[in-house]
Design a protein around this ligand. Structure first.
Ligand code: ADE
Length: 250
């Protein structure tokens, strides 16, 4: 999969993504991240890519010309149109489901804005999706693009060592992940839940599924309304609601 990032800060994106697990995926040739500096497509002798907003107001606006040219440069290079994702707090809120959908694409183009935004006409010309990473405002689209690339790239075959490790984690199946423990067995007086030391795989699975459900019920009840509960799960949630499930899950 190829990620193309249109940005005024290519170093920020490259330094952020060429390390750790995603960096290893790049080294293995499983994905690539290529940045395009929008400033290289400036249309004036001072290399500027922004100007004052028509109608007045604070801040500067990125001009349509350099943004469209940078985007078309990528489309020419890859020889086809691709989805162009504009990072903006006005967009659809990014989710695990969106990451899974985008992971099926061969190429994705991320457009990172700065200042007070991008001339609307450029967005109308080239953008296919407007995406937000949450209801807060950042100084630019680079961090949102990096967040999205990280979450999409880790879904690509071979990027994570353990193919299983995307199966049980938080937000998979709209459930939060169960708690994890490692050595030592006793830490500052706190013991590992005995069931995890029992070697009884069916009981461990059951305990984890219940913990997962309990956490989701406690922390993100909104997620539970998205999926159907099995009869066993429904009974467990009923116990949680009545405050009866403590001994079963502790
Ligand atoms: N640019 C600034 N804030 C943003 C956000 N929350 N999501 C995506 N892009 C942004």
């Amino acid at each position: 999969m190829k990620f193309h990032v249109l940005t005024l800060f290519p170093d920020m994106v490259e330094n952020g993504l060429h390390t750790s697990i995603i960096g290893r995926g790049i080294e293995k040739g499983l994905l690539s991240v290529e940045t395009v500096n929008i400033r290289d497509f400036s249309e004036n002798k001072h290399n500027r890519v922004d100007d004052y907003p028509y109608g007045g107001g604070a801040g500067m606006v990125m001009q349509a010309g350099p943004v469209c040219k940078a985007c078309r440069h990528v489309e020419e290079k890859i020889g086809k149109k691709a989805r162009v994702l504009y990072m903006t707090p006005q967009g659809r809120v990014f989710s695990q489901a969106m990451a899974e959908e985008l992971a099926k694409e061969e190429d994705l183009i991320f457009l990172c804005g700065h200042y007070e935004g991008i001339d609307e006409r450029a967005l109308e010309q080239v953008v296919t999706d407007e995406v937000s990473i949450g209801d807060y405002v950042l100084t630019g689209g680079e961090l949102p693009a990096m967040v999205m690339i990280d979450s999409i790239a880790r879904l690509l075959p071979g990027v994570l060592h353990n193919a299983d490790s995307t199966g049980s984690e938080s937000h998979q199946n709209d459930r939060l992940e169960y708690p994890q423990y490692t050595r030592p067995e006793l830490f500052e007086g706190k013991a590992v839940p005995p069931v995890l030391l029992s070697g009884h795989h069916a009981n461990i699975e059951k305990w984890r599924a219940q913990q997962s459900l309990k956490r989701t019920w406690e922390r993100r009840p909104d997620l539970l309304s998205k999926t159907e509960l099995t009869e066993e799960e429904r009974l467990f949630v009923e116990k949680l609601e009545k405050g009866l499930a403590k001994e079963e899950t502790s």
